[in-house]
Design a protein around this ligand. Structure first.
Ligand code: AMP
Length: 461
């Protein structure tokens, strides 16, 4: 196999379209010589795999072609053969790599031969557990479109929505079930769900599942499935607790790692505004009036912050919606759909609610609060400037978030452009704000919580 550079840059971070990066013909490398950082994109003559090489059935290939997929992404290339061979796998890959199809396609392929079972006699033979409702719905949409030329039936169940239609769907018989943990256990308790026939169990976004306090629920669900089954674990990161979980429930798993892309697209204009915390709202409104246009996601750290900002935006005449963990499922889906259909142009969201959601063609991301994990910054701004488009990321940094900026810059090997010319500058000597205990009688309502999080910890997202 030969490999040669097709593009070399002195700019340390350059990136190309995610699917080009994810296929085996291109690879990106970074190195340093005498203090200068370089990047290069290399091409190889390695044969590019096709979906046919993965030996998928015709109805599935037809559906993939209709979706417009030319070739498998790296995670699909590596995962599909192993899943078809009934291996347990741990895959570390983020949303955007094509990981849903990496498990959906081989599952459909395996179930295809037994699809003729009479409708009512259908048993749940594949179970996909997802931490958030939006992600569960998105996974179901993917299964629906990949199985459009088969007789396989998929359903999705999640909390925060009426349980009756979900029960009805289950009574009618399904092959594939996508579920959030709390509602799945509720329905199992009510004897509506039978997991005795599950052949493949998928735990998606396992790290988020643990963060959200679902670990015990996940273990319970695993025990409700037959011992002899295939388990696939997908996680953006593999922290110690995910590793531990994998060790207890997976059998001799194969590991697949799709390199975390810590580079940020060169097409994203990354701007940093230092601003006192109380004036972030004014600065945000100023930016929306004068600088930021188009389709925008604004990230906030807390649910309370999301609500507060959404109210201010609406009061100021902006077409905005919001998603976070305390909103009803209907409200979350309505906001997301209006945003996707461009009926509203601003979506305010917490990271967790927005994670895993596939929203393309954003013009800008505003980091109203900076994330404490630098990878989250990369993830957030990766939602703009996709497929060669340009985009902008505006980060508002208060005195207590300065350390976050240093960590982000270290991770992306890039200094963000500091914009000093704005009406709400931060005094460079300003000290971190000291957090005082919560005022008594706070108006902030306690919202819906899953059983798991009630037991484990308070959800702040
Ligand atoms: P995921 O990482 O599963 O959320 O997928 C991210 C996006 O990539 C979704 O919009 C998929 O429809 C799309 N996608 C998945 N596989 C492919 C492929 N092989 N070629 C092109 N697009 C794909």
């Amino acid at each position: 196999m030969w490999i040669y550079p097709i593009y070399i840059s002195k700019n340390p971070i350059e990136s190309i379209d995610k699917h080009a990066l994810n296929n085996s013909q291109c690879t990106i490398r970074h190195w340093e010589t005498k203090g200068n950082a370089f990047s290069a994109i290399f091409a190889t003559n390695q044969k590019h795999m096709s979906f046919k090489d993965l030996k998928l059935n015709r109805p599935i290939l037809r559906a993939i072609a209709e979706k417009g997929y030319d070739s498998p992404t790296l995670v699909q290339e590596k995962t599909i053969p192993l899943v078809l061979n009934k291996k347990d796998v741990i895959v570390s890959a983020q949303t955007g790599t094509g990981k849903t199809a990496a498990f959906a396609l081989p599952i459909l392929q395996s179930l295809y031969d037994k699809q003729e079972a009479p409708k009512k006699g259908k048993k749940i033979r594949a179970l996909i557990v997802s931490p958030t409702r939006e992600l569960a719905i998105q996974i179901e949409n993917n299964f629906q479109s990949y199985s459009t030329h088969t007789k396989l039936i998929t359903t999705v169940i999640f909390g925060g929505a009426s349980i009756e239609p979900q029960k009805e769907a289950l009574k009618n018989g399904v092959d594939i079930m996508i579920a959030t943990p709390g509602r799945l256990l509720d329905l199992h308790k009510q004897d509506v769900v039978n997991l005795d026939y599950v052949e493949t169990l998928v735990l998606d976004e396992a790290d988020l599942m643990l963060d959200m306090g679902f670990i015990d629920d996940v273990k319970k669900i695993e025990r409700l499935c037959p011992k002899e089954k295939q388990t696939l674990l997908f996680s953006a990161t593999i922290p110690y607790k995910v590793e531990q979980l994998a060790n207890t429930i997976l059998k001799s798993p194969q590991r697949i790692e799709v390199a975390q892309n810590s580079s940020t697209s060169k097409n994203v204009n990354q701007l940093l505004y230092f601003v006192p915390k109380p004036q972030k709202i004014e600065l945000c409104l100023h930016l929306l009036r004068n600088t930021v246009n188009g389709h925008i996601i604004i990230f906030r750290r807390t649910k309370y912050g999301v609500d507060k900002l959404e109210k201010s935006l609406l009061k100021n005449g902006y077409k905005a919606g919001s998603i976070h963990g305390d909103k009803s499922q209907t409200d979350r889906q309505l906001a997301l759909n209006s945003f996707k259909k461009k009926e509203i142009n601003i979506l305010v969201a917490t990271d967790v609610a927005a994670r895993g959601i596939d929203i393309d063609s954003l013009d800008a991301v505003i980091n109203f609060d900076l994330p404490s994990a630098p990878e989250t910054y990369v993830h957030r701004i990766g939602r703009t400037a996709r497929a060669g488009n340009t985009g902008s990321a505006y980060s508002l940094c208060s005195a207590d978030e300065r350390d976050y900026v240093s960590n982000i810059q270290k991770l992306i090997h890039l200094q963000l452009d500091v914009i000093e010319d704005h009406p709400y500058p931060l005094d460079p000597k300003a000290k971190k704000e000291v957090h005082t205990s919560k005022k008594k009688g706070s108006k902030h309502k306690k919202g819906r919580k899953s059983e798991a999080s009630k037991k484990k910890k308070k959800r702040w997202y």
